[in-house]
Every structure is written in structure tokens, then in C-alpha cells.
Ligand binder design. Sequence first.
Ligand code: TUI
Length: 308
Amino acid sequence: METRITELLGIRYPVIQGGMAWVAENNLAAAVSAAGGLGLIGGANAPGEAVREYIRKVKEVTDKPFGVNVMLMSPYADEVAKVIVEEGVKVVTTGAGDPEKYMRMWKEAGVKVMPVVSSVALARRMEKYGADAVVAEGMESGGHIGEATTMTLVPQVVDAVSIPVIAAGGIGDGRGIAAAFMLGAEAVQMGTRFLVAKECTVHQNYKDRVIKAKDIDSTVTGRTHGHPVRCLRNQMTREYLKMEAEGKSFEELEYMTLGTLRRAVQEGDVTRGTVMAGQIAGMVSKEQTCQEIIEEIVGQAEKLLKLN
Ligand code: TUI
């Protein structure tokens, strides 16, 4: 399954791990990279020095390529963007915004830049600014999402740009990879399937909730305020959606969700915490190592694509 992406990044398999906030720390990133994919450290809302520590820990255990995801709504995005250059990180992905202001600095430092986009317009703009690839993410994904589905977004982005496209959102096994390749993608990014990886240090309650989830167990909060976030239904989402329907302000709703992702990820409060996960949660049935996950899904995809 060699593509322009495996060549660009120097990885064995065209599988990239999502840079999930609070979840994608050094253990998961190192394990995905060691298994031949591209592991990502999720910068999320962490300060630059915390991300530096994660980067150093990954470097200690693997010499395989790995990357960092910069969450552009973070108050620390500037710091994290600089730490990436200082630490010689080879690959960066960005999310939840337009990374234009950092592109020159990263390109000059030789960092491969792969912004996550949820529209053709942003994909085009990213190509113009010198992006090496784009991750086209459909609204099947967990966390902060756009409007288009993966099935519709990926081929439209593929037609609009010449740089390689990585498909994300709703991909959980080899069938998803094969489908994404049929749409013109040259790699996939997966988050939810790696959430339950053995090396992923998210609280066991969070993993169990994902494993238990059915096809329609996720919902989207924040649509009315332009900050849609996909997460699994629980007491938290019910209260949020009720308040949203009552017309509560963005500030009030933001205040209500403050710290709730951390509460779910670290404390295992899957009732009142925010359990971000994608629509494929219903397909995730067991914990596996990153190597087992990657080898299983790549094997399935190769068979479907008749590559061996
Ligand atoms: O970034 C993500 N997913 C995320 S970030 C995140 S952290 C968070 N925590 C609490 C509340 C909210 C977020 C959790 N999940 N995915 C990549 C992604 N980026 N999806 C969509 C976009 C996106 C959306 C709009 C990228 C750019 C954009 O517009 C930028 C512009 O100026 O046009």
C-alpha cells in the first residue's frame, strides 16, 4: 500500500492516528509509529513545555517518524508551533482552524505540514500556502467537526487539489480504508479505533463506553453556536442539548463543558464527562495493541483492493 503519503512521511502503512485531545499522548503515538503507522501527539490545550515533554518521551522509545497535532483554538497554539520546530518534529497536523500564520515557519524548518480540513475551500487555501498534504475529515469523526460527510468531502477535495489527501471520519477497519482509497485518498486517519488500543492510557471506563456503543450512540453538541462536537450520548450531552434548545448563550454552555473531556479521559466519569468518539464507535468491539489493529486493517484493505 505504498502511496505518496507513505513516501512523504517515511512510514510503512498509510495509517495515521488522530491527534485526540487529552488522549493522544506519548504512549499511543509511540506505539502507532512503532507499528508502522504515523503516531501523533495531540497538542490540544496543553502548554508548549508539556508537549515538549511528550515529544522527548516518544523520541526515547522509537526512532520511527511521528508527528504533533496543533489544536488551533488552544491558547498555547503559538508556543506549541515553536516547540515543534525546536524539537525537530518532522510532521505536523492542525485542527479546528486555519494554520496559515505558522506555515512559513514550519516549511522553512522542513516540517511536513498536513492541515485537517472540513471543506474544499480550506483545502485549496492550504495547498496554496504550501501544505504537503491535507486530511479531509468528515463529520462522522469524534470531537470538533465540520458539515460534510467523508463520502462527499474526500472526492471533492481530491478533485480540487494536487497534493495527496488523507481521509478521516468514519473509518474503523479495512473496508473503510479500501473505500477511502476508492474515493482517491492515499492514506487514512483514525481516532476512535485507536482510543481502545492497549497502549492508549485513556481511562478504562472511556474504553468500555466506546466498546459498548452502538451505531447511533453519538450526538453533536454546539451546532447552534458554530462549534459542533461529536460525543457519545450521556447525562452531559442531554443537559447540554436541553440548554442549547432553551437558547442559552455560548459562554454559558462553554462554562458548563469546562474540563469535562479531562474528567472523562482521566477520571473515567463517562456520565457527566465529555466522551468524544466518532460514529464508528459501534464497530469497535475489543481492545487490541496498535500493531494488531494496524496489521488487521491493512490486511483487510489489501485483500479488498486485491493488492495481494
Ligand atoms: O480538530 C479536530 N477535532 C477536535 S479538536 C478538539 S479539542 C476541543 N475540545 C473541546 C471542545 C472543542 C474542541 C476535539 N476534536 N478536527 C479537525 C478539524 N478541523 N475538524 C474540522 C476542522 C476545521 C474546522 C473549521 C478546520 C478549519 C476550520 O475553519 C478554519 C477557517 O478559518 O476556515
